[in-house]
Design a protein around this ligand. Sequence first.
Ligand code: ZN
Length: 322
Amino acid sequence: MNYIVLDLEWNQAGDRHNKDFGLPFEILEIGAVKLNRKMKVIDTFDEIIKPQIYHSIHYITTKIINMDKTDFENGRPFSEVMEQFLDWCGRDYVFCIWGTLDLTELQRNMIYYGMDELSKGPLMYFDIQKFFSMTYEDGKLRRSLEWAVDYLHIKKDIPFHRAYSDAYYTAKVFKIIDSYKPEIEKYVSYDVFMIPQNKRQEVHANFRTYSKYISREFPDKNTAIEDKEVSSTKCYLCGRNAKKQMKWFSVNGKNYFCLAICKKHGYLKGKVRMKKADDGNVYVIKTLKLIDEEAAQEIRDKQDKLRLQRLEKRHSKKERTD
Ligand SMILES: [Zn+2]
């Protein structure tokens, strides 16, 4: 298996009236570095795409502002470059990205131009920005690529903010992280541009310190949270069903919480995030995590507070109508 370290540059509409809602971000450049299993660079990819939709470079697209408009006009159409890129990627590879955006926009551009989808269902990839945070910081903070390059004392021999150069530096950062902490590769990410359409395409990932589930689509939130698989609280360490201490409850209609107990491993916190699909359906991302007594109490408190608020609301409504 090879690593395809990928970076994209894209452009967007200058104002709302010119925006094509089918393609808010038009990819103008694809840069990539191919590493083999031993982290050796075996090939590179660097192509410019001729704009079809947005012909003036928007100022928010600061990353590419240092490029000349004529550079792009000499590029080739997206579909052509993309086909060449996929050939170049080969068969057995995993995408490595700085951050979480590029694969979504890449797939959106592909669908816009009528190309086949990259994957059925969510696409697994390595988020090197996340890897960096998990290796050197708290796992939550997100740094810029240049920050990481400075931190690791990587020589800045080419300018940043072109697709190829950012892929080049991302590959260097990844190589250092991977040699220091190879087990980081267990912490894969999933791009959910392609939402699971059936049970087979759903994602069940076990990260040893938490588990993640990405569901298929449901017509609404209630149907989703009542689904057997969505509401289940199976312990990811032993596979046993952890007994729920409460029903799933929602604070804001978006996030649902639950507390369960595994006989062997203790408290399990469940969190469900409701996500909207473009067609109006919803799908969920559920995480389960073993927690201590204190964190368990926080969930109980959260539920109590919510109950109280509802009670007060009902009470004041009643007073008004009396
Ligand atoms: Zn357990």
